[in-house]
Design a binder for this molecule. Sequence first.
Ligand SMILES: NC(=O)c1ccc[n+]([C@@H]2O[C@H](COP(=O)([O-])OP(=O)(O)OC[C@H]3O[C@@H](n4cnc5c(N)ncnc54)[C@H](OP(=O)(O)O)[C@@H]3O)[C@@H](O)[C@H]2O)c1
Length: 243
Amino acid sequence: MKYLLILTGHTKGLGKAILDRFLSLKDIQIVTISRTSLELRVDRLTEIQMDLNDLANLEVKLPSLFPEGDFDKVILINNAGWIGEVKTVGKLHPKGIRQALNINLLAPMILSDAFVKAYSSLEGKKLICNISSGAAHKPLPGWAEYCSSKAGLAMFSRVAAEELSGLGFRVFSLAPGIIDTEMQTEIRKANLSDFPALDRFAKYKAEGHLSSPEEVAEKVFYLLTNPELFPDVVQDVRNFELP
Ligand SMILES: NC(=O)c1ccc[n+]([C@@H]2O[C@H](COP(=O)([O-])OP(=O)(O)OC[C@H]3O[C@@H](n4cnc5c(N)ncnc54)[C@H](OP(=O)(O)O)[C@@H]3O)[C@@H](O)[C@H]2O)c1
């Protein structure tokens, strides 16, 4: 099976673990997008350095992101994300609001749309996986930007799934659980007055409740290589076990 993977946010955290897992496939071409580069010398991998907050630049670069080929399976994983300004409404800034929505919602929408345009006539399997969060479905004071952007992305995924099933695309909105990454480190640096759930998040780390990026990546890999076992658009890695 000849795979193509387009993955955002591959340089650390969950994205890095997803990259490593997919690199174990022999016949795969991978295009990654992050602001920095891992500078890996792997001929199956093309690392594109791009800030997904800059939507004008993303639009210009779109034609170079989707390689042509006789792929049996093409996968887009919108994984890059930002926690946003961890502050309550009334203390946010227009720049932060824009940035959170650009990275977490608008860039994934633009990439999904372009991915569909690029591969709708392809005969093989076509998958879009938008990395979601429990915060897409549950309000958390201090996370207005993050919750809103992830809720928007979850709804986008549900609409796209209905629209695109006739074209042979599957779309997932996949919550990855709570993972031990830099994003969690950033969350724990918030002020209690801005983020009332701070103690709970500090406890997750202190009591060892965070998943490792590798174990979550294994589940992402399982879902995307066995999509027929997952009929629903909205998925959560905590709701299924590996065989
Ligand atoms: N960690 C958790 O507990 C948790 C829970 C629920 C959902 N999630 C979601 O899971 C995904 C991965 O999170 P993570 O914890 O692995 O985050 P992370 O460790 O902070 O990594 C984020 C990745 O996104 C890239 N990125 C960030 N801003 C970007 C930008 N403006 N343009 C391009 N790339 C950008 C980063 O690369 P560069 O710095 O090189 O740009 C990095 O590779 C996110 O969508 C997050 O919302 C995480």
